[in-house]
Design a protein around this ligand. Sequence first.
Ligand SMILES: *Cc1c(COP(=O)(O)O)cnc(C)c1O
Length: 414
Amino acid sequence: MTTSPIWHPFTQHGLGEPIPLVTRGEGAALFTADGRRVIDAISSWWVTTHGHAHPRIAAAIAEQAGRLDQIIFAGWTHEPAETLAAGLRAIMPPELTRVFFSDSGSTSVEVALKMALGYWLHRGEPRHRILVLEHGYHGDTIGAMSVGARGVFNRAYAPLLFDVETLPFPAAGQEQATLDALEHACRDGAAALIVEPLILGAGGMLIYSAATLAEMRRVCARHDVLFIADEVMAAWGRTGTLLACEQAGIVPDILCLSKGLTGGAIPLAVTMATEPVFAAHYGPDRSTMFFHSSSYTANPIACAAANANLAIWREEPVLQRVADLARRQADRLAALASLSSIAGARQLGTITAMEIGGNAGYLSDRAPRLLACFRERDVLLRPLGNTVYVMPPYCITDADLAAVYQAIAEACAI
Ligand SMILES: *Cc1c(COP(=O)(O)O)cnc(C)c1O
């Protein structure tokens, strides 16, 4: 039993595993109180894009904190939010005309689902059925869990989760089954399909083709079913492009962004929507306004951090760094993939993934051994079961990336 009162997320305190105390971060490195330098190979759970404690983002946060820290956002506005909304409009697909703020990936998904149902109700054709992809993950709040995969993570809450229609994952060679199931489900009149474009993160870094994503979007459009792209993990260069949807040449009706929105420095999310979705809620009738808010909606400090992130995207060669990291990742993965205990080596943009020692599921007893092995080598990797993935900040050095893959190679021997 530790002396700290903190109850950590996704942590079984009964196992007594060490919980390192981190005092500082810089670039792709974390520094612990006991003097270790740890390589952050998962971008602190997929959020840190340009590196920890980025000077431009840190300065923007400090400046804004001394000017305007917080203001109610219902009926009020402020400059950082206006600048951010305009900045997003400038770089996101032009069809996505409206920007709704919230605080996390999960809430951006809740907002997306509520927008979809509001859209149908206010058009006078109530629909509420949501279509989802097998193995999907959209967050840990009740609505977000409802549209995600069911399993040990949410077994206790299953009675509270609403029903959805699950389409089979479009694994290579089995795409048609997904498309047929989607076509069938759409004909029955669904409110929306929600997907993680191109890569299912928490589901095990499962990659599917851009052609399939494009076809799913076309089927939805043909049947007037709203298409929600949850790019909470995929956006901001992770998959090689600003948005994963770009690679399929598609634009969703509703787009969820969070994690890398502030460069990973501070919580913030947006749900972007097309004009028809906004228009369905618009008018003189107060009962059709969008009933969603949280205390910190569009917090000015968080918006300032996001504006600094957008400035970095505008003024620095971020996509070049992304392409460079993708190439370095490909080289490292190729060198490792020959090891006999590695299977399913795959890559999308800056993300690589593989299974070590066969397929075993999230609670496989290999997972804690892998974790301990990486921890001993001062590498922050957090396998999903026995799926090990590498998703570093774009600024990771060659030496650090080499050390990450060295740790994985050594982990294969345990
Ligand atoms: C992480 C994630 C979420 C949830 O975001 P939080 O900020 O953790 O609530 C939702 N969707 C996807 C695809 C994610 O990867």
